[in-house]
Design a protein around this ligand. Structure first.
Ligand SMILES: Nc1ncnc2c1ncn2[C@@H]1O[C@H](COP(=O)(O)OP(=O)(O)O)[C@@H](O)[C@H]1O
Ligand SMILES: [Mg+2]
Length: 382
């Protein structure tokens, strides 16, 4: 009998979405089919250490996992023949070996930790933006989600807009500024925004997530504050036309032949879907399927697949839109290449409503990861 496959679930990370990632990962781990897969868990602490974790799954979302993992390291260090307990610690030992071995020796304590596929259940910078994907490429390990290019493009709102424009997808007007322009020429930044857009307008970092650094500016004073705030989170800042719309989202699944789910609506409990409305108050509502005309649902599903393909995505993405309250016009807002994955998150809920239950969805994503890995094989010989 062939051995079970091993999936490594990586959670946490150094982005502002560390906590969200832990919640998503806990759901994913609980729902992986154990008949087919053994699961290895790796947590990345907020200060960037990779810790192998083999404790109770419930302690991931609470944060207690870290202490358990650290205690294990102390124990390993105390025993004479084992020392490599975190990724950074094992790096010197891994010198002269393959990138893959960095992984397999991370906290292994001498055990065989060969990994067949990785599910990086992490959001935001260094997690969903092509950086960690590049590491998996070097390591030669299949991983869930888009590759380096799709992840990087999807994360950078300024860049994804350029490509969406080229693809002819409808989106609101926007401007892009660098941190340098903001710090040296705030006056001209404000002038330019006021010339192109009207109040209120939205200001956001190009690379961020979970609404961190996103503001709605109602006047010049708020605009100045909004631009400064956004510039704290990224070197590039976007100012956007305010779309007075309902917020709807569509899930995409697949590699070269992606499929779109039904469409869901978010009804935020605050003025917009800010961090608090997403994760703290929890009285924002999700409506699946969204109460929209059939043609609008189909239009959105079509755009979602086109957006996914345009950015060279694979595996999964959630594509977010606005439907204007008065005109009914659809605007593409953004794509998320590693969307929230708790059992009550929009992405899995959309698939559940479209006939793919949570557990099966995870199985499909792991299969898609391996399929893409095979598809990407190249000949390096001349
Ligand atoms: N141009 C806009 N018009 C209206 N609302 C917006 C606009 N841009 C962002 N928002 C609001 O801010 C939220 C977060 O912005 P978004 O671009 O989705 O960033 P994030 O990647 O942090 O989710 C959206 O869900 C929406 O509620
Ligand atoms: Mg968003």
């Amino acid at each position: 009998m062939s051995r079970k496959k091993r999936v490594a679930v990586i959670f946490g990370g150094q982005s502002s979405e560390h906590e969200v990632s832990r919640r998503s990962a806990e759901s994913v781990i609980k729902n992986i089919n154990r008949q087919q897969y053994d699961v290895l868990m790796f947590g990345i602490t907020k200060d960037g250490r990779w810790l192998y974790y083999d404790g109770p799954v419930e302690k991931i979302s609470t944060g207690e996992w870290q202490e358990i993992a650290e205690a294990r390291i102390r124990l390993l260090k105390a025993s004479p023949d084992n020392s490599g307990a975190s990724l950074s610690k094992s790096l010197p030992a891994a010198a002269g070996t393959y990138a893959k071995d960095i992984f397999t020796s991370a906290g292994a304590g001498g055990e065989d930790h060969t990994i067949d596929v990785v599910f990086p259940v992490m959001h935001g910078c260094n997690a969903e933006d092509g950086t960690i994907q590049g590491f998996f490429e070097l390591a030669g390990i299949p991983y869930v989600g888009p590759g380096v290019l799709g992840s990087a493009l999807g994360m950078d709102k300024a860049f994804s807009k350029i490509i969406f424009e080229k693809e002819g997808l409808p989106q609101g007007r926007y401007l892009v500024f660098t941190r340098r322009q903001i710090s040296s020429h705030m006056d001209s930044v404000i002038r330019e925004v006021e010339r192109s857009l009207t109040y209120p307008c939205f200001v956001k970092p190009s690379n961020a997530g979970s609404s961190v650094g996103v503001s709605k500016a109602h006047d010049r004073e708020e605009l100045v504050k909004a631009v400064r705030l956004a510039a704290r989170y990224d070197r590039k800042v976007l100012a956007e036309e305010f779309i007075d719309g309902r917020e709807v989202e569509c899930a995409v699944l697949g590699n070269d032949d992606p499929i779109a789910s039904t469409v869901g609506e978010i009804i935020p409990c605050n003025e917009f879907y800010d961090y608090e409305a997403k994760y703290i108050h929890e009285d924002s509502k999700i409506v699946i399927p969204a109460d929209l005309p059939e043609e609008t649902i189909e239009e959105i599903r079509g755009y979602a697949v086109r957006a996914f393909r345009a950015l060279d995505c694979s595996g999964l993405s959630r594509v977010d839109f606005f439907v204007h309250r008065d005109t009914g016009k659809v605007y593409l807002n953004e794509i998320n290449t590693m969307p929230g994955f708790t059992s009550i998150s929009m992405y899995p809920k959309l698939w559940e409503a479209s006939g793919i239950p949570y557990g099966e969805l995870i199985g499909r994503l792991l299969d898609l990861a391996v399929e893409r890995f095979e598809e990407n094989r190249r000949d390096y010989e001349r």
